[in-house]
Design a protein around this ligand. Structure first.
Ligand code: ATP
Length: 441
């Protein structure tokens, strides 16, 4: 099977998962809109992550900080100074590239002898120039006198600047974590591969505050937990997942150790989540810039220290693309495309179909919808042949089909169809809720 990103993009549009932004105006580069099925799938993913962090761990709590924050935060974090990509332009074909994607070692490079990856010209590339990835805006009524502010490029800083308030109000003891889901913005130069790299995206970050010296152990623990999340909770094929450790040249300015969880996308292995040891870098910097003492007092040991931070940083949109790519299946034998989402993730859990539009079957099917809809998302479909209706739902990833036929009127049973095997079995209507609840939640 040839699983290409183009096929996934096309299915996403056709079935209402993801649309290009501002399509009627010709599109807006590197921003995407989530359609009815996309938003439910995305919500299911973020709820699963939220539950994993804040419900399954008693010492992890949630936060929702603003997208706009005090501009000094970005000085302290280093984003104003270092959040740059070095870029090169081709003078001939006008293409623009990230320098580190053209050559391996950008510092020690004779650019006059490098070939343009787009038009092939030699010596047409400019020397690398820095470009800051943060979006700037102005806060205040009059632009000239207002304060310059930035759209946050990561959610993490909102956690760091609130860490003492959260710790104090919730009486948390190290080690503890703070989780946050929210939008982040980066003026990416080379935005590509559908929703993989966009200018507006959502992050799901958890910052874990630990005692210095216990950070290496905590790093191992979180690497394992995060990988297990993809394998066990999202059901991603293990052979499509791997770790990649950052070498010395790749480490961000704040990191002591960094690992990426990578997925084997149709366009190659790429990062979906980072697990980083950020040391005491961020809290130390915020202490300096805010002149507030951000140390933690460890009462039982009468010890005061700035906690080290282990960060798990996932992109919700990349997680969604991972699930889409991993679920996409061309069932050539049956001439259909199936999104094999785990039922827990599927946007619609079941379609309810009357076999025909007459003899009271639609009414019976409506009654079943009423029975199921307080528990999970279901849809009613009576348009077209039953086979066509099933195949539409296979593309939407709906795991179950409930069909009402003439026998249903006699004995209150229906058929229950499994999306992947297409097998059907009869089940009594009064057992339907319980049976489906077991499978889809
Ligand atoms: P990359 O090297 O791919 O630009 P990064 O190392 O800068 O990513 P981090 O800053 O560690 O990424 O961000 C953590 C996570 O946020 C990434 O693993 C990814 O899932 C997500 N992410 C980062 N940038 C983008 C983007 N432009 N579009 C979508 N998701 C993103």
């Amino acid at each position: 099977m040839d699983k290409t990103i183009e096929k996934i993009v096309s299915l996403c549009k056709r079935r209402g998962f993801i649309f290009q932004s501002s399509e009627i105006y010709g599109g807006f580069s590197a921003v995407y809109d989530y359609g009815p099925l996309g938003v439910d799938l995305k919500n299911n993913l973020s709820q699963l992550w939220w539950k994993e962090m804040t419900q399954n761990h008693e010492n992890i709590v949630g936060l929702d900080s603003g997208i706009l924050m005090h501009p000094k935060i970005w000085e302290a974090s280093g984003h104003l100074g270092a959040f740059n990509d070095p870029l090169v332009d081709c003078k001939r074909c006008k293409s623009r590239f990230r320098a580190d994607e053209v050559v391996e070692d950008i510092d020690d490079q004779d650019w006059a002898s490098v070939q343009c990856p787009s038009c092939g010209a030699i010596g047409s590339l400019t020397e690398p120039r820095q470009f800051n990835l943060m979006f700037k805006t102005n806060v205040g009524a009059v632009e000239e006198t207002g304060t310059e502010a930035f759209l946050r490029p990561e959610t993490a800083q909102g956690i760091y600047v609130n860490y003492q308030l959260v710790q104090g109000s919730m009486r948390l003891k190290v080690p503890f974590g703070i989780a946050q889901i929210g939008k982040a913005f980066r003026n990416e130069i080379i935005a590509r591969n559908f929703i993989f790299r966009t200018r507006e995206f959502e992050q799901m970050e958890m910052q874990y505050f630990v005692k210095p010296g216990t950070d290496d152990y905590s790093m191992i623990e979180w690497k394992n937990k995060r990988m297990k999340f993809y394998e066990d909770q999202l059901n991603i094929n293990k052979s499509n997942l791997q770790f990649h450790e950052h070498g010395e040249n790749e480490l961000a300015h704040y990191a002591k150790e960094a690992w990426d969880i990578e997925y084997k996308f149709p366009f190659g292995w790429s990062e979906i989540e980072g697990v980083h040891n950020r040391t005491d870098f961020d809290l130390t910097r915020h202490s300096e810039y805010s002149r507030k003492n951000l140390s933690y007092f460890d009462q039982p040991n009468n010890d005061r220290f700035i906690p080290y931070i282990i960060e798990t940083s996932a992109g919700l949109n990349r997680m969604l693309l991972t699930v889409l790519a991993d679920s996409y299946w061309e069932d050539n034998e049956n001439n259909r495309i199936v999104m094999r989402f785990h039922p827990r993730l599927a946007p619609i859990k079941a379609v309810v179909c009357p076999l025909t539009k007459k003899d009271g079957l639609p009414e019976k099917a409506r009654m079943i919808i009423e029975l199921l809809k307080p528990h999970f998302k279901v849809v009613f479909d009576q348009q077209g042949s039953i086979g066509k209706r099933y195949y539409r739902q296979d593309e939407a990833g709906t795991p179950y089909g409930v069909t009402v036929d003439h026998k249903s009127l006699e004995d209150d049973t229906v058929t229950l169809r499994n999306r992947d095997t297409q097998r059907q079995n009869r089940i009594s209507i009064d057992r339907l809720v319980e049976e489906l609840m077991k499978k889809v939640l």
